[in-house]
Design a binder for this molecule. Structure first.
Ligand code: LMR
Length: 394
């Protein structure tokens, strides 16, 4: 049966991690997959997570099934984190999913049954998994202008002019903060403009927020999403605890539906539960139980926020440090890195230049030119700066 299959396509991010592991050079640097590393190059378990899971180990009496929606305390906590203080808070429903990719897929499947002719509009470029997930659910995908490759910032005029063409059969996907891969975020005025367009032209806004806390802080990073949620009848959200709780391998995320009434939101939630049952039945428990424990405990929440804040501060320092190191090589070609937000920056390097970084310097970055700033160590900034300047001038 399977002999007729053509070989699998390699994922541009996950395949890099394998190649990196197999590289025997001792000075190698992994700036591929979006994982936070400390100054020793490790991805430690966050202190709040450690405390919460130690408590869970002592308390948990069973491994019996939880339920199709996962942990409802976690679901409520995710809605509180994102929607507290907005009118959407009382007309939203959440389902725990295996990571944000699981949320993307469940929401895509939901759109496919509600409106099979849906087209999902993605930023150009977008997270590498957006298009495959939407297409796997049978939806059409198109891209809207977003990143200006000259300025390395968002081209808001071009973006809004294109989004103005979206109508009731369209879904416009926005990155809540810390745009992946570019690091270039839209301004609050852009969120306002998109909100107006959604109300005027009837498209459904879809926000993927996977890096809350890594841009301008927890509250500020949700400000655009909250403006939308406050002002539209319907929207959908995919969120992740991989990065801001460091729970990568626990696959912890949520799909949230905001509707004009709680009843409608809960109806949509019910349909997601049917979809989940037919896909994986229910999500893994551990990560969500840890997050629920942290967010239900004031002291643990404080520990978590402080820790997240120091990761965020360190990221800002790394961005500035890298620009300084490049400047010391006599170049200002990468100054934009200090203006980007979150874990990533698109450098503007071509696939050939990225290949040279890997071959000549043992530096692994995604072929689209993205580097993971959160994967950097302070003592390696000069080495990276030299590599960036060398390959960009070749
Ligand atoms: C990334 O963009 O590196 C992460 O979100 C990991 C992933 O799932 O690709």
């Amino acid at each position: 049966m399977f002999k007729q299959l053509s070989p699998a396509q390699l994922d541009p991010i996950l395949s890099l991690s394998i190649a990196y592991r197999e590289d025997s050079r001792t000075d190698k640097m992994d700036l591929g997959i979006g994982v936070y590393r400390n100054s020793q190059g490790e991805t430690p378990i966050m202190q709040a997570v450690q405390t919460a899971q130690t408590a869970l180990l002592a308390e948990q009496k069973t491994k019996a099934y939880v339920g199709l929606a996962g942990d409802e305390v976690f679901n409520q906590s995710m809605m509180d984190l994102l929607l507290s203080g907005t009118s959407a808070h009382g007309r939203a429903a959440a389902v725990q999913t295996p990571g944000a990719s699981g949320a993307l897929r469940m929401l895509a499947d939901l759109m496919a049954i509600a409106q099979p002719e849906t087209t999902v509009w993605l930023t150009d470029p977008s997270y590498v998994n957006h298009k495959p997930v939407m297409e796997a659910a049978g939806l059409k995908v198109r891209f809207y202008p977003y990143f200006d490759r000259q300025t390395k910032q968002v081209n808001s005029d071009a973006m809004l002019a294109e989004i103005a063409k979206a109508g009731p059969k369209d879904v416009v996907l926005l990155h809540g903060c810390c745009h992946n891969p570019t690091g270039a975020d839209i301004r609050f005025e852009d969120w306002q403009a998109v909100t107006e367009l959604a109300n005027k032209n009837g498209f459904l806004p879809f926000v993927d927020i996977a890096y809350q806390g890594f841009g301008d802080g927890l509250a500020q990073d949700a400000a655009g999403l909250q403006h939308l949620a406050d002002n539209v009848e319907e929207m959908i959200i995919a969120t992740s605890c991989s990065k801001n709780f460091g729970l990568y391998r626990e696959r912890t995320g949520a799909a949230i539906i905001v509707s004009d009434s709680l009843q409608e939101a809960q109806k949509a939630k019910g349909r997601i539960l049917n979809l989940a049952r037919a896909t994986y039945t229910m999500p893994p428990d551990h990560g969500a139980a840890v997050v629920a424990k942290i967010l239900q405990d004031e002291k643990l929440t404080q520990v978590w926020q402080q820790e997240l804040n120091s990761m965020h501060q360190r990221l800002l320092n790394l961005r500035q440090g890298l620009v300084k190191a490049v400047n010391a090589q006599g170049s200002d070609a990468f100054d934009f890195i200090a203006k980007h937000k979150g874990m990533f920056s698109v450098t503007g390097l071509s696939p050939e230049q990225i290949a040279r970084m890997r071959e000549d310097f043992a530096i692994y970055a995604v072929a689209d030119g993205r580097i993971n700033i959160a994967g950097l160590q302070e003592q390696k900034l000069d080495y990276l700066a030299n590599a960036l300047v060398t390959v960009s001038q070749s």
